[in-house]
Design a protein around this ligand. Sequence first.
Ligand code: GLU
Length: 425
Amino acid sequence: MVRVRFAPSPTGYLHIGGSRTSLFNWLYARAKQGKFILRIEDTDKARSKKEFLDEILESLRWLGMEWDELYFQSQRFALYKEYAQKLLDKGLAYREGEAIIFKVVPQKIKINDLIHGEIEFDATTIKDQVLIKSDGTPTYNFACVVDDALMQITHVIRGDDHISNTPKQVMLYQVLGFPLPQFAHIPLILGKAGGRLSKRTGAVAISEYRKAGYLAEALVNFLMLLGWSPGNNQEIITLKEAINRFDITQVNKTAAIFDLEKLNWLNNYYIKHTEPQRLRELVIPLLVDAGLVDKANLDKEYVLKILKLFQPRLNNLKDFCAWADFFFKKEIEIEPAAKEKFLAVDKSAEFKLFLEKLAALEDFNPLSIEEAFRNLVRELNIESRSLIHPLRVALTGKTVGPGLFEVIYYLGLERTKQRLSKWIK
Ligand code: GLU
């Protein structure tokens, strides 16, 4: 039976790289009807924080990667000592003060990596390895091997950055008499301009993406494509479908490129295809946070209507708060450049006439509003644009947004009057 593990250290938040490693493990486990084990590598007591642990667990759950077993290395110190003692007893390790050190035997080590193929290491330069530090805590390499062996991990799927640890670990498997697992080292993720991912290029916590209004299914889809492809240029793929198609041996050897535009494109796709009612539930907390709505007296129907207006264009739900703010604010702010460009010329007469026409409408709806507008520009013999842009800026504070007549309709006659009156001298 396939048993894989994701082994994060709770010394930081879950990032793109870690969640992708976790996802490939999870997918492989589900594809092979095996087990996905979550192992918290919290041996460093000073740097491990509950806050990070909570964020990691919550983000994994949010992304849909439920684990079958959960272990904490901090609860297993006695085991690591026991195995270190075995090596001491056999004369394969020695003490140096309180520390226990592994005597490395110079040799060449070969592994057959499922992604990279055969890798040969010249381990003749590897120095003796600390197994247990003088403070009693195990080193990463030692705890990792003891755990992978005792947890019967069949496939060690992890980032490329651990390739250099592999020969050290293989030597430990050998002296401990444990069978070797298969190794699969997945490629690094680089920024679009090359180089490591930085905060600016996307290396932010998964929880930050969540807060910015990315949908879990979009993020998961995005992560899948970082080093793997379902083939046929297919880019939209759900977690469920990926389970049937995923194969760890088909993961790329070369670095994956993090492309925020692609994430935005995927998120836009999933937003477009999500039930508005579900989106509304996701967007309400963001609106509350942004101070745009009051939780206590919230017009959920109104939120839904406005959301639908913006739904096709949203790259993330936070954009909604920024783009649709004028529907929720009492006083709007006008972008200075927009004011300069479209409201510098006095539109008093036109605004006044337009308001009169709106007030006279029997039925106030986007179509009748449009008709009123068209009639006015015809009567005044002016171009539509000369009025449409000033109206939009005066009503929304922005130069772009949904169709103007829908904007007026959803703002309602009262608010339209209020906002235009400001510009009537
Ligand atoms: N705790 C290690 C890390 O976060 C795990 C490495 C491994 O998978 O072996 O990088």
